[in-house]
Design a protein around this ligand. Structure first.
Ligand code: SF4
Length: 337
């Protein structure tokens, strides 16, 4: 990919929480790029910093305890590059970015849909904030948007309140509200986790279709590697607030390099799978009490002496594949490969 294809550059992002138990480094030195029109999967167990990374990108870290302590979040807009990490959370430019450039969808549609307004009026609001149209035109566009997300008959459903729709329909309505402003960046945080598998498959297909049509970039967050594998072009694997592996989706599934990613893949149940399931031993350490050096060391089957003494850097494995693990130290004594 070329530099002018980049929509978002996250560089050494650090988001910490000041808690009674000490400083919780929820996101600690995270870097990745998001290209125009791509779907970037962000995967990891609960508590690995995925959601805080996405909230940081929209400058919505819960305050007063949470704060972006450092790093850059560069958003490439039409005529400027803005570092979101330096913007005032409630400032005009930040509000403008949230309204026009970006949108977020969640696991629970009720957290983003208002129960007291019809879905139609919520879609129209987004359309009128970002397009120069009157109410009649906005209503026509909202009906069209409902059709696109597969809610029918759209002319009638536009008058429904969220409580009148099923869970899957509300998820579609939430996507319609998110896309109403035609954003360049859509952040989807576990958007299909609460759905049954058939509705999940429909929503994933819908998102892929809408992405093609709107040419937007999607950051898709999930703990579920199967879902990530289905929708992503590239994948970022996170562990304890750090990026431990980045690769194109096929490369990651066929050649997982970080022992944590290998562990995640070995713990997915598959029909017809001959090999025994191997869950990762232990659990994610508490954020206040992280192991020294490599945070995965206590759970890692390949642990070496250096792993508990020195934090591994990120090694470049070629073709955009990177892993934060001493196993890949070029020519080092630690290299098993
Ligand atoms: S650095 Fe060492 S402990 Fe950490 S994942 Fe790699 S091999 Fe395992």
């Amino acid at each position: 990919m070329k530099n002018n294809d980049i929509l978002l550059e996250v560089d050494n992002l650090r988001t910490y929480f000041d808690t009674r138990r000490g400083l919780a480094k929820a996101v600690d030195g995270v870097s990745f790029d998001l290209y125009k029109g791509e779907t970037l999967g962000i995967v990891g167990e609960s508590g690995c910093g995925k959601s805080i990374t996405s909230l940081s990108i929209l400058n919505l870290v819960p305050q007063p305890k949470g704060k972006i302590h450092g790093g850059e979040i560069k958003l490439h807009r039409e005529d400027e590059v803005v570092d979101i990490a330096k913007l005032k959370r409630t400032g005009k430019k930040m509000k403008d970015i949230r309204r026009k450039d970006s949108a977020m969808i969640f696991q629970d549609p009720m957290s983003s849909l208002s129960p007291v307004y019809t879905v139609g009026s919520q879609i129209m609001e987004g359309i009128m904030l970002s397009h120069d149209v009157d109410k009649v035109e906005a209503r026509e566009m909202a009906i069209e948007m409902l059709r696109k997300v597969g809610i029918s008959p759209a002319e009638q459903r536009i008058n429904d309140y969220p409580y009148q729709l099923s869970g899957g329909m509300n998820q579609r309505a939430m996507i319609a509200v998110a896309l109403a402003s035609n954003p360049n960046l859509l952040i989807a945080d576990e958007p299909t986790t609460a759905l049954d598998v058939t509705v999940e498959a429909q929503i994933l297909e819908l998102m892929a279709e809408l992405q093609q049509e709107y040419q937007m970039s999607i950051m898709f967050i999930s703990h579920d590697l199967d879902v990530i594998g289905e929708i992503s072009d590239r994948v970022v694997v996170m562990y304890t607030g750090k990026v431990v592996e980045v690769a194109e989706v096929e490369e990651l599934f066929y050649n997982p390099s970080h022992p944590y990613t290998q562990g995640l893949l070995q713990s997915i149940p598959k029909i017809g799978r001959k090999k025994e399931l191997k869950p990762i031993s232990g659990s994610v350490p508490q954020i206040y009490n992280l192991p020294d050096a490599c945070h995965f060391a206590p759970r890692c089957p390949h642990r070496m002496d250096i792993c508990t003494k020195k934090e591994p850097p990120t090694f470049d494995l070629g073709g955009g594949h990177q892993a934060k693990c001493w196993l890949y130290e070029e020519g080092g004594e630690n290299n098993e490969g």
